[in-house]
Design a protein around this ligand. Sequence first.
Ligand SMILES: Nc1ncnc2c1ncn2[C@@H]1O[C@H](COP(=O)(O)OP(=O)(O)OP(=O)(O)O)[C@@H](O)[C@H]1O
Length: 323
Amino acid sequence: MVTAVAVTGLRKSYGEREAVRGVDFTVEQGEVFALLGPNGAGKTTTLEILEGFRARDGGHVEVLGHDPGDPAHGRVLREQIGLVLQNMTAEPYLTVRESVLRHAGYYARPRPADEVIALVGLEEQAGSRAKDLSGGQQRRLDLALGVVGDPRLLFLDEPTTGFDPEARRAAWDVVRRLRDGGTTIVLTTHYMDEAQALADSVAVIAGGRIVSTGTPATLGGRDSAGSRISFTLPPGTEPADVPLPLDTVAPGRVTAVVTEPTAALHRLTGWALERGTPLAGLTVERPTLEDVYLDLTATRDDEPEAAAPVRPRRRRRPERSRA
Ligand SMILES: Nc1ncnc2c1ncn2[C@@H]1O[C@H](COP(=O)(O)OP(=O)(O)OP(=O)(O)O)[C@@H](O)[C@H]1O
């Protein structure tokens, strides 16, 4: 595998505040990598350093073989990366096609404008001014501007915040098509279903430190975590009658966490059938990515950052010079 992004010991402070405190991760070429974390965890700061818009205080960063902190590499790198930042806005009085064409002019080898407009599903709005688009359509235009340069590496900062469910699925399809076409994608998101649906690998950042890395299926030991069997206690039955060690007993409903769900269910359903009592509301669940994420990012006493107020901030599209 070829590494697209390598980060080791990355540090960044704003005055006294340590926003990023020794972060390590790698992104392999061709994968979708999701950086997850609560508000103020250090995601945007990390992304901005990778994009070359913010200087780091320490550590080593390599993006497509270049140091984004070295101005000599900046121009080469900007030709090869695409950005979809939070709160981007296209020129309000330009049409979709005009915006895409103008942006294409910043790159040496852009994709054809109509292909990009079709990719993001804005064919019908190609002649509409940006100011007349809906919020979701404007975000699709942001995505079009991010990919028109045919980037090898695409940064997506919360790409579907504010989308309706249908628009989110459409955006996910676009991301998958880009990945299938060979683009490496680094995204941040607060939606765990988005990370589950899109990411090949994930890193969770909390209080400026990476607290876990893995795939959506394995993060935080998710694949080896116990299964939760829950059901309503049959009438006339006591918790002690149930042939499983119960973890919680709520009024009427009981739960057992087991490592061998097949054997446990066999014992439980055999017991119920023998007694002729159905197990109402029987469910078997594995921890979701969201369960694992919430465990990993639960406020820790040693992280004053986690309790600090987060200053609202808008990320603007950086100025670009023509190639
Ligand atoms: N320009 C800045 N000046 C001072 N403090 C900053 C600046 N940018 C970020 N911070 C602080 O650094 C910490 C990390 O912020 P960052 O924006 O990187 O987090 P984030 O994970 O992207 O959060 P969110 O999910 O809310 O976008 C926060 O405490 C934030 O208040």
